[in-house]
Design a protein around this ligand. Structure first.
Ligand code: SF4
Length: 274
């Protein structure tokens, strides 16, 4: 089956086409998981985020694409999320409730007065994804981010803007998008809602550029131009291939050199393996 990138992954593909290639090979059955010795993400941040999302969405009576209880966090997600709080499930749930209350006080109203849709899957010929908040008239979307690092300058984080612009590519009628950031330590600090106007000249330009990039990802050109772009982002963006890439490419620990000895003024200056 032809691979389509997930909206939430596209920012990481902008930093490394090799990662996109690997995801594509796995999705299209050209390589199995075992061939990559995948590195596991630590799910505690994502699972805590899932718990906050559900608290907020269910509390606001958002409409899910099924029974709300089917979207409730699982026992495993609660267990993992609690690891952020030393394994204390009660403390984790209290912070999640506080975060949901903090955000709910600042949530924008829907343009049509109807409840937000939540977690509806989206797909077109280029992308897949699902939205935290989606107005029933299809003109406004929104996303909740739980984070240890709130945006300092009250601006949307760049990788998130890529994700939100992918939603615009998925839903062309969408005019505006908001992000709400809440701190994951106490759930009391909020930045947002921060708005994106998809009709501004900058966003019209960026949407066109991003669509071109996504078309490259799903094209035959991708495998011809991809290379492993090693960098800090391998870890910071939780690349699942970092174990293989780093083990195969970065040389193992080797001899070091006694620089102090080399700098002695006697004799010829030369580096000496220890
Ligand atoms: S580990 Fe780094 S270089 Fe390798 S695929 Fe991931 S992001 Fe690219």
């Amino acid at each position: 089956m032809a691979w389509k990138p997930r909206a939430s992954q596209v920012a990481s593909y902008m930093l490394c086409l090799w990662r996109a290639c690997n995801d594509r090979m796995r999705a299209e059955g050209l390589a199995g998981d075992a061939e990559f010795s995948l590195a596991d993400d630590d799910p505690m941040f994502a699972d805590f985020g899932t718990i906050c999302h559900y608290q907020l969405q269910d509390g606001m009576r958002c409409i899910f694409p099924g029974k709300p209880e089917d979207f409730a966090p699982t026992a495993a997600e609660r267990f993992n999320g609690a690891r952020l709080f030393g394994g204390d499930i009660d403390r984790m749930e209290a912070v999640a409730r506080t975060a949901a209350e903090t955000v709910s006080r600042q949530m924008p109203a829907t343009p049509d007065g109807l409840p937000w849709l939540s977690e509806y899957p989206m797909e077109n010929e280029l992308l897949t994804g699902h939205l935290d908040f989606w107005s029933q008239d299809d003109t406004v979307g929104g996303d909740l981010k739980t984070t240890k690092r709130l945006p300092r300058d009250a601006k949307i984080k760049p990788a998130h803007l890529v994700q939100f612009t992918c939603y615009k590519i998925l839903r062309p009628r969408m005019q505006r998008f908001f992000a709400v950031y809440v701190d994951s330590d106490h759930g009391t600090k909020l930045v947002g809602p921060l708005w994106v106007d998809f009709n501004s000249p900058g966003m019209v330009f960026f949407r066109e550029q991003l669509e071109g990039f996504v078309r490259l990802l799903v094209s035959d050109l991708l495998p011809q131009i991809a290379y492993p772009a090693l960098g800090e982002h391998c870890s910071q963006m939780w690349c699942p291939y970092r174990r293989g890439c780093h083990d195969k490419i970065i040389p193992p620990a080797g001899p070091s050199y006694d620089v102090v000895q080399a700098l002695r003024p006697l004799g010829r200056l030369k580096l000496t393996p220890l």
